[in-house]
Ligand binder design. Structure first.
Ligand code: HAM
Length: 440
């Protein structure tokens, strides 16, 4: 906090960031690239509110998860409703799916949506971890099958690859059905209980509440113990085993490499059967941090509709901050997002009106165009045009007004032409295109 003249200068809340105009280009590139791929896969955008009732996440994500028990931004509104800023997108989309009867016979099957949205979690901020962060997520409803699991995984893989993230690994696992989890839960407790004293404090509390979470504890003493734990894969039903085998066969067919990690559990309670995570490879700071996590949640629609609708679901979310950090780590070059076609240099007060007219005509014709508004010296204006990377510079001075012409310079070739103002005003396109093309 800094103090100026006795008053406190207000700064952004901890764990949030401002993304400034220059920095936003990479975000726009990511969003545009991802949207084009999502379109190819026939996923359509859904926008749900930024806040929901607290109960949605308590019931949907799970009361004992860190996300709900420690990290939610929740409050009572003026009407005494218990509200939470959404910590994740899946429960919100499932709520909308049920509320709008998107399971109705006339709706698409499976029903495929995506969202780009800020999410809120009260976590300890660090690189790639914020309190307001952004997710690109997808959800698919209506098919509990390996083919949908693999479509979802391949979509995530495709988006990350198209954004230049080549150094990455996909880790998969299966959590089976709730019955599997129940049987496995007991086996895990039986295995861990004799080692209770060696477990970290967090894992000791989790052991009876949510023992599967002990498996992805980051504490070294837990990790050592977990190495010898029974594998959930040994507890899968025939159907779950067949589905997981098919996921692997189809990933092989698509040439998508993967690793199986039987200790991967994910941090949200709604998953069953196939789950997956994608993390960057490399020795930089962010490597190993998960950029994308997801899986199937075949019981969630049923749970949130009080058993009225039994519609399976599957999806993922990519953390965009982590994705963008990884792009920087892997030296991905982002194309110029806002190229400037023309900069209008105007010299002398009397050119102000004329420059305004020319600028307006260029913009009406569809060009990105700007001018000097500050009546700066010619040299300073050319510098500005250069800084903004203008393809062409149009120069207007007293002489040009007298002759009713403008000078148009191709910045790449240095060639300059004099053009009659009447011609430019009639139709700038052929003139501008000819000069733009003349850049040898
Ligand atoms: P999640 O694993 O909780 O899954 O989050 C997905 C991704 O969001 C993470 O892998 C990470 O990249 C990013 N993320 C999470 N928390 C933060 C944070 N505090 N700061 C920055 N990035 C963060 C879900 O949210 C599920 N809803 C995914 C899903 C969709 N599963 C099925 N459908």
């Amino acid at each position: 906090m800094s103090v100026r003249g006795g008053s406190v200068l207000i700064q952004k809340p901890k764990g949030t960031v401002d993304i400034l105009p220059g920095q936003v280009d990479v975000w726009q590139f990511v969003e545009e690239t991802a949207k084009a791929i999502l379109d190819r896969y026939r996923y359509f955008e859904i926008r749900t509110p930024m806040f929901e009732s607290y109960d949605l996440f308590a019931r949907g994500v799970g009361e004992t998860t860190d996300v709900v028990s420690k990290e939610m931004y929740d409050f009572y509104d003026k009407g005494d409703r218990h509200i939470a800023l959404k910590p994740e997108g899946t429960a919100a989309v499932v709520r909308a799916f049920i509320e709008h009867k998107l399971y109705a016979p006339e709706e698409a099957k499976p029903y495929k949506v995506f969202y780009l949205s800020p999410m809120f979690r009260y976590e300890r901020p660090q690189g790639g971890r914020q309190r307001q962060f952004n997710q690109l997520g997808v959800e698919v409803f209506g098919n509990a099958n390996a083919n949908t699991d693999v479509e979802v995984i391949s979509l995530a893989w495709d988006i990350l690859t198209s954004l230049g993230i080549h150094n990455k690994k996909l880790v998969i696992n299966s959590l089976g059905t709730p019955d599997t989890r129940l049987a496995y839960r007991q086996a895990l407790i039986d295995y861990l209980e004799p080692h209770f004293d060696q477990l970290s404090k967090d894992s000791q509390t989790r052991l009876h509440k949510n023992p599967l979470r002990v498996l992805d504890s980051k504490a070294p003493q837990d990790q050592e113990l977990v190495k010898g734990a029974p594998s959930i894969l040994a507890y899968l039903s025939e159907a779950s085993k067949a589905r997981f085998d098919m996921v692997q066969a189809m990933l092989d067919d698509l040439g998508i490499p993967y690793e199986i990690d039987a200790n991967m559990v994910r941090g949200l309670d709604y998953y069953q059967d196939t789950i997956f995570e994608i993390m960057p490879l490399g020795d930089d700071l962010n490597a190993q941090a998960t950029i994308c996590g997801g899986g199937s949640y075949d019981g969630l629609v049923s749970q949130l509709s009080d058993g009225k609708q039994e519609v399976p679901g599957c999806g993922f979310a990519i953390g965009l901050e982590r994705l963008i950090l990884t792009m920087a780590d892997q030296d991905v070059q982002v194309p110029e997002m806002h190229p400037l076609d023309i900069y209008v240099v105007n010299i002398g007060e009397e050119t102000d009106r004329y420059a305004m007219k020319v600028l307006h005509q260029l913009r009406q014709a569809g060009y990105t165009a700007d001018r000097d508004f500050l009546m700066r010296k010619a040299k300073r204006q050319f510098k500005e045009a250069d800084k903004q990377g203008a393809d062409l510079v149009i120069t207007i001075g007293g002489q040009e007004i007298a002759d009713q012409v403008v000078q148009i310079k191709n910045m790449a070739s240095g060639k300059e032409e004099t053009v009659a103002y009447a011609d430019l005003a009639a139709d700038p396109r052929p003139i501008i295109e000819a000069i733009k093309g003349d850049n040898k």
